[in-house]
Ligand binder design. Structure first.
Ligand code: RB5
Length: 143
């Protein structure tokens, strides 16, 4: 399952990403927000991150205006590696090298078509599993 959430700034793009996930036949859980009214991105970033960290969801997608605040929130959850991506190369490499489990995007930064390509790249790229990348991920997790 894919956990998805946004604040008001990411609401419209979230709806478009959800439509795309539906088209692809992928299971998802929408953690809100469910309207364009101003709200607080940490609420939604945290809900998505908790769903991924607990194993309820395999991956997460978070969206705010910049992709920044909501990614900062997601990354506070233990076990979450959330990457802000505004291009498909970053989406591919953060899966291959960092085994990122949450994708963050800025609805005020990128357009819908690019966002959908980023989502597909993120979801369809497997972690390389290379020892050097596993070692570095372990170092990220160190307290
Ligand atoms: C909301 O106006 C905006 O601050 C938020 O969507 C996000 O970009 C924060 O990082």
């Amino acid at each position: 399952m894919i956990a998805i959430g946004s604040d008001h700034g990411g609401f419209e793009l979230k709806e478009k990403v959800i439509a795309h996930l539906k088209e692809r036949g992928l299971e998802y859980k929408d953690f809100g927000t469910y309207e364009k009214k101003s709200c607080d991105y940490p609420v939604y970033g945290r809900a998505v991150a908790k769903s991924v960290a607990s194993g309820e969801s395999e991956k997460g997608i978070v969206i705010c205006t910049t992709g920044l605040g909501i990614s900062m929130t997601a990354n506070k959850e233990k076990g979450i590696r959330c990457a802000v991506c505004a291009d498909t190369v970053s989406a591919q490499l953060t899966r291959l090298h960092n085994d990122a489990n949450v994708l963050s995007m800025g609805a005020g930064i990128i357009g819908e078509n690019l966002a959908i390509s980023i989502v597909d790249t993120f979801l369809d790229t497997e972690f390389s599993g290379d020892e050097r990348h596993m070692r570095r991920i372990r170092l990220i997790e160190e307290e």
